[in-house]
Design a protein around this ligand. Structure first.
Ligand code: HEM
Ligand code: HEM
Length: 347
């Protein structure tokens, strides 16, 4: 029922088929990127806390299943960014809403134009990789490597439910519906502006990150021999001793080269990743809360559970990702990665 009311409300708001579809696409693409982010931040933190698991995580990324998924991810990021920019501009300039149908078509056209060079580069990288007899992690191992995420989700959901029960027993009974009026509170007005401002700030950060990680370098070059680590002048994967690290070409060394790289004495990629982490996690998990709120308005306990879950997941990711960025990757971590890499490839 709640979703029907919502669909009707949004159809009226956007007055037309393309507006309605762009609302659905914005939602689906945002959720897709949040799901990826959940895996990605935890996986990246393994480089510091469990290097042997990071080696496996990157081997999963370099498997056909994830290669296909990356095409979907890039499409989601590009569409969501352009459409988010359209929403932000129009909400700050309401006089432009009369052009919203036309603008929605521009967003679709712009997405296709941006995806052409991205997909061409990614397709070429994939072709070069798979035609050179690469190591491919068996699909069963790729899937079992994702199981811990299910565990983290279940633990988070149970914690969120327990806290929601406590909240319900402290405040009024759990019977009532959530007051729709509460969405017009000053806190919600803050989040409304935050989603628009943070979205605009994320654009250069996330596209810069993708250009480095995928567009220019190619996700397959997170491991290997003789590749310059993008964004560094001293790091060459698998050949040189960069920043005091004996580089053997594992994915853990790729991150070590980037995070240890100093530009004028400043660890620029750590600072870049701190900004990226803070903005995308806060924007993404608040976005998830907004979506889930739409579908749980009728039940106070459920609404509190999903709100708590978004808060727990967001804070956990900020902590795990932030601690990894503040930590360091030393020679013992790299030795573990090299050992795990050899064991994985059966060497
Ligand atoms: C790349 C630049 C981005 C821009 C310009 C942008 C913009 C926006 C805007 C303006 C909204 C509010 C829409 C509304 O209230 O109607 C929004 C919602 C959302 N964003 Fe983003 N965003 C960006 C990146 C991201 C990223 C990286 C994620 C995931 C980590 C994400 C996830 C979401 C989600 C889940 C929503 C809620 C969607 C809904 O309510 O239907 N966004 N975004
Ligand atoms: C398939 C494309 C992607 C690849 C290959 C990739 C790769 C990487 C790598 C290697 C790092 C390690 C740090 C570094 O070298 O700077 C990293 C960190 C990070 N990436 Fe990505 N990335 C991708 C897409 C994305 C997207 C779309 C987002 C945002 C929605 C994102 C957000 C982050 C964040 C927040 C960090 C820091 C994580 C932490 O502190 O634990 N990445 N990424």
């Amino acid at each position: 029922m709640a979703s029907l009311v919502l669909t009707l409300r949004e159809t009226l708001r956007y007055r037309g088929a393309i507006g309605q579809w762009s609302w659905v696409l914005h939602r689906v693409t945002g959720l897709g990127v949040v799901l990826f982010l959940f895996l990605h931040v935890i996986d990246t933190s393994y480089a510091v806390f469990a290097p042997e698991d990071y080696v496996k995580a990157i081997a999963s990324y370099q498997s056909p299943l994830f290669t296909l998924g990356e095409f979907g991810l890039i499409a989601c990021v590009v569409y969501h960014a352009l459409n988010g920019l359209r929403i932000a501009i129009m909400d700050f300039r309401p006089d432009l809403w009369k052009h919203q149908q036309q603008a929605a078509y521009y967003v679709l056209g712009g997405t296709v134009l941006i995806l052409i060079p991205f997909f061409a580069k990614m397709g070429l990288d994939a072709y070069n990789h798979y035609t050179h007899d690469p190591f491919i992690l068996p699909i069963t191992e790729v899937l079992t490597a994702q199981l811990p995420f299910l565990g983290y989700f279940v633990v988070g959901a149970i914690a969120a439910l327990v806290v929601a029960f406590l909240q319900n027993s402290i405040s009024d009974s759990g019977e009532g519906k959530v007051h729709i009026g509460s969405t017009g509170s000053s806190i919600e007005r803050f989040w409304w502006s935050f989603m628009r401002i943070s979205g605009v700030l994320i654009i250069p950060l996330v596209f810069g990150h993708l250009a480095m990680m995928h567009g220019l370098q190619g996700g397959f070059e997170l491991t290997g021999q003789n590749w310059t680590v993008i964004g560094t002048t001293t790091g060459t994967l698998g050949t040189a001793i960069g920043n005091g690290i004996n580089d053997s070409g594992t994915s853990v060394e790729f991150i070590a080269e980037r995070w240890n790289f100093l530009w004028g004495g400043v660890a620029i990629w750590k600072i870049y990743d701190i900004a990226l982490l803070t903005l995308v996690v806060t924007h993404g998990f608040n976005g998830l809360r907004l979506v889930l709120t739409d579908y749980t308005m009728g039940n106070r306990l459920l609404h509190r559970t999903v709100t708590n879950l978004c808060l727990i997941a967001g804070v956990a990711l900020l902590l795990v990702g932030g601690l990894a960025l503040l930590g360091s990757i030393d020679q013992s971590a790299i030795d573990l990665a090299i050992e795990a890499s050899r064991a994985m490839m059966g060497g």
